[in-house]
Structure formats: structure tokens, C-alpha cells
Write a protein that binds this ligand. Structure first.
Ligand code: BDR
Ligand code: CA
Length: 356
């Protein structure tokens, strides 16, 4: 049976690859996409998702608009990280598909009720809409089969303030509502949390992009380099590879500008892979809470690993993984998916596919 999955995203370069990863995974059926304000405003997030779906020739998947603002604070977006539209240097064709008439929170509640115990939730943006959904349906932790969250930083520095991870920083009140809601959930329903501690080990480099293009049979084979002239764009004949290359180039440039190297942390695709296959990750239970009061530490995620608070664990935090295994899977899946979508496909004859 295919795994039903609802995505809650703030697309975003790495959210884009998470979406492509799930579209490319034969065992996954995306039942809906909640567009959450974060990297860019919610309306742009929705457009980005519709555009990727159309470009990928995906079935008609519902994309629902989320709240325009976080629960209690003004929205902060980060176009410097993800590009003016959220997809780096890529310019996706304007989608003809329409945004759903219902809200992202309604989508969450209706989907979970429709498939009790079956639905996998994947959150790769701020938790605003999941928090709103939990207010409307407090039984969500028991209705979902699994929840995977990209968010937080535990024994690791933040990427937004010294202690804050971006998704939690944008809407800390929502994050607290979500973690509190799972405090009474059975152990097998605890959210799996992919925090910066692990997602910053998922380093995509230009060689990964080249392998992806080769796997897709895209020509010409390109290797993105920091020495390319400013404004360099992909000439790949495969539209998925071309737009992914332009999107990820921006993310490489951003990471390099912050002295992280010419690479990009693939936070969200890793969370997507774990959502489908938790065996990719080693986890450790902990009680997670979100600081809302600290003057320096507001929006910091705190993990009680040793039960010092006397509260049961409400999360399984990913503590180890094999990044190479993840990248092999991502390249094989998205590469084969892109290869199958070349119009008048002659790609299968171009390059012998590597196993994976
Ligand atoms: C998270 O922040 C966003 O910018 C990324 O898309 C990812 O979900 C990493 O902190
Ligand atoms: Ca994201």
C-alpha cells in the first residue's frame, strides 16, 4: 500500500527538493500540501508548490494556503537565503493550477480524519498551520500515523540566532503548541525531529548535482562552481534538472557567503526521506519544549534527555544518519523521475544508469 503523506512547507529551495523527492518516490502518495509562511510569504509558497507540481507533471494535488502571519509575532521571511521567489535563481513557469478553497489548517484536519491512523505528516516550515489544526482537532496526535518535523537545534548552534533554528524562530508559539500536544501521545506516535544537529551534516555539493543530471540523462552535463560568472544559469535540456540547478546554485552561494563552504544543507529533503523510511535515522527520545520568555534565548528548543523535568518524552530526536546513503537515494529517485519526464524522451539512451 502506498504511504499517504501531507506536506506542510515554506518552499524554499530545500523544501522544493523535498517535494520532488516525494513525487519521485513510488511508495509515496502526497494527499495535500499546506503552504506555510516562512522562507517567503504563504501566497508565494503556494505558487511555488503549484509550479513544481505542474513542471513535474504531477497529479492534481491539493495545495492549501496557510495563515499569512505566525500566531503571535509578525512574519519574518528570508529571501536572502532562498531567493526573491523562494526558489533561488530559478524562474519557474507560472502555474495554471489553482490554490484550494480550504485553508491549510482545514486540510490537515480533514485529511487526518479521512484516513485515521494512516496519514504521515511532514513539516518542513514553521508550525503555524499544524498548531491551528491542533486547536481545531486535539486528537491529531492519535489520528496521524507519524509526524516528522524539520526544526530546532539542540546540542548545536542555531542558524538564525545563536540558539534558534529558522522554522522554530518564525513561529515559536506554534512550535510550543505542537510539542505540548504530543506530551500525552503514545510512544509510537511521537514526532521524529530532524534538527540542525543532524540536517547540517546533510551537505549537498556541486558533485551531487552533477550526478543528479547524469542520472536524469540531462545534457549538457554541468558542474556548478563558485568561479562561474555571476548570473550563470543552467542550460540543461531537462527542465527539472535546469530549475533544480538554478535553485541550488543560489543556496550554494548563500552558504558560501556565510563561510560554510560551497555547499548547501539539505534539511528538508532529509526529513522527507525519514518520513517515508524512518530506518534512515537513529533517534533518541527526549522531552522537548520551546523557550518563549528568554530575552536572548526566545524560540530556542530545549531537549531534556535525562528526564530531569519529570515529564515523559514527547519527541524522538534524530541523532545519527548516513548522509551518503541519503544522497544516493535522492539522486536515484529524483534523477529517474526527471529522466522519465523529458518530452519525447531520448534520455534513457544517453547515459547508462547507475544502480540505486
Ligand atoms: C529550515 O529553514 C528553512 O530556511 C529551510 O527551508 C529549512 O526548512 C532550516 O533551518
Ligand atoms: Ca523549509
Amino acid at each position: 500500500m502506498r504511504q499517504r503523506i501531507i506536506m506542510d512547507v515554506d518552499t524554499g529551495v530545500d523544501d522544493s527538493l523535498a517535494l520532488l523527492y516525494l513525487l519521485a518516490s513510488p511508495e509515496a502518495e502526497i494527499t495535500g500540501i499546506a503552504a506555510t509562511a516562512g522562507n517567503v510569504p504563504a501566497a508565494q509558497v503556494a505558487i511555488n508548490n503549484l509550479a513544481w507540481l505542474e513542471l513535474a507533471g504531477a497529479p492534481d494535488i491539493e495545495v492549501a494556503l496557510g495563515a499569512v502571519e505566525p500566531l503571535e509575532v509578525p512574519l519574518r521571511t528570508t529571501e536572502d537565503t532562498h531567493g526573491p521567489q523562494g526558489v533561488g535563481y530559478a524562474e519557474l513557469p507560472a502555474p495554471t493550477r489553482q490554490i484550494s478553497a480550504r485553508s491549510a489548517a482545514d486540510l490537515w484536519v480533514a485529511s487526518a480524519r479521512e484516513h485515521p491512523g494512516e496519514l504521515i505528516g511532514l513539516c518542513t516550515g514553521p508550525l503555524t498551520n499544524l498548531a491551528l489544526a491542533l486547536r481545531a482537532e486535539p486528537e491529531l496526535p492519535r489520528l496521524l500515523r507519524r509526524l516528522v518535523i524539520m526544526g530546532g537545534a539542540f546540542n548545536h548552534p542555531g542558524n538564525t540566532t545563536p540558539t534558534n533554528e529558522w522554522n522554530i524562530h518564525v513561529d515559536p508559539e506554534a512550535a510550543k503548541i505542537v510539542f505540548d500536544a504530543f506530551s500525552a501521545a503514545p510512544a509510537d506516535r511521537r514526532p521524529i525531529v530532524c534538527a540542525l544537529d543532524i540536517t547540517e551534516t546533510i551537505e549537498m555539493r556541486p558533485a551531487h548535482l552533477t550526478r543528479l543530471a547524469e542520472r536524469a540523462g540531462s545534457l549538457p552535463i554541468e558542474t556548478v562552481s563558485p568561479d562561474d560568472p555571476p548570473g550563470a544559469r543552467s542550460a540543461a535540456d531537462n527542465p527539472i534538472i535546469r530549475h533544480v540547478t538554478d535553485a541550488v546554485r543560489f543556496y550554494f552561494d548563500f552558504h558560501q557567503a556565510y563561510d560554510l563552504g560551497y555547499l548547501a544543507h539539505m534539511h528538508d529533503p532529509f526529513a522527507a526521506a525519514v518520513a517515508l523510511d524512518p530506518a534512515l535515522a537513529c533517534t533518541r527520545p527526549a522531552t522537548v519544549d520551546v523557550e518563549l520568555a528568554g530575552t536572548l534565548t526566545r524560540a530556542t528548543t530545549v531537549a531534556d534527555w535525562a528526564g530531569m523535568w519529570g515529564r515523559p518524552p514527547n519527541a524522538d530526536i534524530v541523532v545519527a544518519t548516513d548522509p551518503d546513503r541519503f544522497f544516493d537515494r535522492l539522486i536515484a529517485r529524483i534523477g529517474d523521475f526527471a529522466r522519465a519526464r523529458i518530452p519525447g524522451d531520448s534520455a534513457p539512451d544517453r547515459v547508462a544508469a547507475e544502480p540505486g
